[in-house]
Write a protein that binds this ligand. Sequence first.
Ligand code: ADP
Length: 170
Amino acid sequence: MKRAIYPGSFDPVTLGHLDIIKRAAVIFDELVVCVMLNSSKQGLFSPEERVELIQLVTADLPNVRVDCSRELLATYARKNRARVVVKGLRAVSDYESEIQMAMVNAKLNAKLDTVFLYTRPKYAYLSSTIVKEMARYGADLSDFVPRQIIGMVRDKLAGSTLEPRERDIG
Ligand code: ADP
């Protein structure tokens, strides 16, 4: 069985992420979307909330599982017997750091390979940071996040009194 891991912060999951998830789920037998927790990055949504949001928007995809980890990706992949990591590429600026990470992961776990899926042009501008900025200003989120989670994202940022820059935690 070909199991792949799609790692990220998903703080929160966006339509760009969901597009990559759906396409990877067609290519692999099982896709594990893993919320990777980075100790230096606190995030807006808790790990449990991020997992819950991804579960909500992937409920109709039977071969997609959602998990959360504080481990190194190379270690997580070994324990979960996955040999492929899926990453999405938006722009050339993503490329440099993603290639570097792919090489580090292969160094740490020689059995692990990384597959890149290009973004659909309509999602090329989209990131979780943009979603949070737009939600703070009460913008229409329907082009940014799956409709099932628009209310939850809006509620999370409602009543925010700090300036956007002060609250910008990635
Ligand atoms: P971000 O916080 O920038 O949205 P994540 O760490 O949550 O990023 O992203 C996880 C993975 O999804 C990364 O491989 C990233 O390049 C990819 N990704 C993020 N947004 C998009 C998008 N709009 N289109 C394609 N891939 C994306």
